[in-house]
Structure formats: structure tokens, C-alpha cells
Ligand binder design. Structure first.
Ligand code: NDP
Ligand code: KPL
Length: 320
């Protein structure tokens, strides 16, 4: 097992949107050396800093920000937190490779199944790749401004890299990652199986993300209507069925817990709703196409999820 570095690690945020901005700001406020890669919001963040308006922590401001418009200008980072949408993963590997210190750990803070796969094949073999499951409600309201509505936990699981055959090293890496978040006051759990953890997260994202776009509404209205409640429950049951077919046991009670949790939440617009509003591509491959294909390959058809995916594909193609 390789020894973990004792100096404070340098953290790079690749894609400073709602997720990257929130977690990056929290880590920087905890004293970590955090460097932020931005695209369209570079000028605003360089000038005015990053703002988080949080229902949990109040109004937070980070200024100045170590902000970059170009990956080549960033210093080598030990941990890279990727906060871009999964729709851009195929093109992201050169950017990550440019910023990564030797043996760096790259965490994909994204929703969806196996989002790591398309990136892994283009990354240097020496980099460790982890999945990060964010249980949080955040969105951007203006350049450099993030609204934090609820929650915040990040669950981490090892995906691939040179520790693939060394469970003890994987555990040490994942626990080191969780430790960074803990030091910033953020809940984080190590997950033994990242594929299973991604299926778990889909139980919420499959119904609510897609239906928010299709029905044009947030969770409150969906949870108040008998037809949408039935559809949500049926979609959740299909995700659990798909996970089972792929060899991942999700307890039957888990879907019920997610449903009840959403009933108690304030009205919430999932990230796919915001993507549709802003005419950005929807994360349909990660949240729908890939799980559907995995379930089908295991002999399991998920008809309601398939219908939702087809309707969303139409909407996505006509939203440009
Ligand atoms: N928002 C939420 O509450 C949750 C989101 N997630 C998941 O987290 C992921 C990120 O979502 P979210 O933060 O909401 O998305 P955002 O759209 O808010 O953020 C994405 C950011 O990545 C930037 N970006 C994209 N490509 C590049 C690039 N090549 N170089 C530099 N920057 C780039 C975008 O810049 P630009 O402004 O130029 O487009 C944007 O700032 C998604 O997979 C989502 O499903 C998971 C749980 C909750
Ligand atoms: C539902 C929520 C807010 C918490 O599980 C979430 O994680 C998401 O929007 O993806």
C-alpha cells in the first residue's frame, strides 16, 4: 500500500457550476488550497468571487478565488473534483490529465450510471478514478452565484486505477476523500461498490429529474397529485428491479424512504429541470439510456422508464 501524503492536498475543481462551486467554496473555507476551472463564468468569478446562498449555512462568499479559464495555467492537483455535466465526459480527459498531479485522485461528482466509463479509457492509467454521489439540492442563479436549498452529503466509491486489485488501498483512498469533506463540515460515506451506489441514487433521479422536465414542475406539485405519485412509485420500483437484474440488491424499503423524504422536502427543481430551462443538453445517456441498456442486457425490460426516456429524448432534441 502506498503511503498517503501527509501535507494538505491541493484540490482542483473541474467545472465550477452549482456542485463544483458549492463543494469548492466549502473546502476553500475549511482552509484547503482550492483551484477552480471555469468557462463562461470566469470573468464574473475572478472579479466578484463565488457566492453561496444557503438555507443551511447562510450567505457565504469566497473572494478572491483561485480561478482559471484554462487548465494549462492550473498547478498540479492531488484531488480533482469534477463538477461538469456527464454529457461532456468524453471530451474531458485531456483537461483532467493536464491538471492532475502524479497518482492524483479524480472524483466524478455526477449523477447517472457508470459515468466514469467513457472518461476512464482516455485517462492516464496512473490516475485513480472515484465516483461521487451528491445528495444535495443546488443550482446557479447568476454567474458565480449558487443557491443551496437542502442537504449536502457526498458518498464516494472507488471506480478504477492502480488500486483496482488492492482493497486496502482503495479503502484508504476513499476514506481520505471522505476525510476532506468531513473537514469542510460535509457528510461523506465510503461506498464499497460504486456501481451499486449509482443504482441507489437513480431511484430518486429517474422519476424526479425526468418528470420535472416532462411535467414542467417541481417536487411539491408532483407529490400532491395522485397520477404523478403513482407514476413516481412505479418508476422507482422499475429502477429497483433493474438494479436487482444487474446484481445489486436495493432493499424494497429504500424506494419508500426516498418517496417519503421527498414528501417532506420543500419544493425542489432537479438539475435536469434547470438544464432544460437553460437549453442545455439533458443527461439522458447517464440517467436513462445506460441503466436501461444494462437492465436489458440482464434480461430485464423497464417499460415505464423506457417511455419516459423516449419522451425526454424528443424534448431534448427539440430544445436546442
Ligand atoms: N445541482 C444539483 O443539485 C445536483 C447535481 N448533481 C449532478 O452534478 C453534476 C453537475 O451538476 P450541476 O453542478 O448542477 O451543473 P451546472 O450546469 O451548474 O455546472 C456545470 C459546470 O461545469 C462547467 N463546465 C462544463 N464543461 C466545462 C469545461 N470543459 N471546462 C470548464 N468548465 C466546464 C459549466 O460551465 P458553463 O457555465 O460554461 O456551462 C458549469 O459551470 C451533474 O451530473 C448533476 O446531475 C447531482 C446531485 C445534485
Ligand atoms: C434529490 C436530491 C436533492 C437528494 O437526493 C439529489 O440528490 C438530486 O437532485 O440529485
Amino acid at each position: 500500500m502506498t503511503a498517503l501524503s501527509s501535507r494538505s492536498p491541493r484540490i482542483g475543481i473541474i467545472g465550477t457550476g452549482a456542485i463544483g462551486g458549492y463543494y469548492g467554496l466549502m473546502l476553500a473555507r475549511a482552509g484547503f488550497d482550492v483551484h477552480f476551472l471555469l468557462r463562461s463564468e470566469y470573468a464574473a468569478v475572478s472579479q466578484h468571487g463565488l457566492h453561496v446562498n444557503s438555507t443551511v449555512h447562510g450567505q457565504l462568499h469566497l473572494h478572491p478565488v483561485q480561478a482559471y479559464a484554462c487548465a494549462a495555467d492550473m498547478p498540479p492537483c492531488d484531488w480533482l473534483l469534477v463538477g461538469t455535466k456527464s454529457t461532456g465526459n468524453v471530451d474531458l480527459a485531456p483537461t483532467i490529465a493536464q491538471v492532475a498531479a502524479p497518482n492524483a485522485k479524480v472524483v466524478l461528482l455526477q449523477n447517472g450510471l457508470d459515468v466514469e466509463d467513457s472518461l476512464r479509457e482516455h485517462l492516464p492509467a496512473s490516475l485513480h478514478l472515484l465516483g461521487g454521489l451528491c445528495y444535495i439540492g443546488v443550482h446557479r442563479s447568476a454567474p458565480g452565484v449558487v443557491e443551496h436549498q437542502a442537504l449536502g452529503r457526498v458518498n464516494l466509491g472507488y471506480h478504477s486505477g492502480t488500486a483496482a486489485n488492492d482493497e486496502a488501498q482503495q479503502k484508504a483512498i476513499v476514506e481520505e476523500g471522505a476525510g476532506l469533506f468531513h473537514r469542510a463540515g460535509i457528510e461523506s460515506q465510503a461506498m464499497a461498490n460504486v456501481h451499486q451506489a449509482r443504482w441507489h441514487k437513480l431511484v430518486w433521479n429517474v422519476p424526479y429529474n425526468g418528470l420535472s422536465v416532462l411535467l414542467g414542475t417541481g417536487t411539491k406539485a408532483m407529490m400532491a397529485d395522485e397520477s404523478s405519485r403513482e407514476l413516481i412509485q412505479a418508476l422507482m420500483a422499475e429502477v429497483v428491479q433493474g438494479a436487482h437484474a444487474c446484481g445489486h440488491d436495493i432493499p424494497a424499503s429504500y424506494a419508500g424512504q426516498m418517496f417519503t423524504m421527498t414528501e417532506t422536502m420543500d419544493d425542489y427543481l432537479p438539475s435536469m429541470y434547470h438544464d432544460h430551462e437553460h437549453k442545455r443538453p439533458l443527461e439522458l445517456a447517464a440517467i436513462y439510456a445506460r441503466p436501461l441498456a444494462a437492465a436489458r442486457a440482464a434480461g430485464c425490460e423497464l417499460p415505464r422508464m423506457q417511455a419516459l426516456y423516449q419522451a425526454l429524448s424528443f424534448i431534448d432534441r427539440h430544445n436546442g
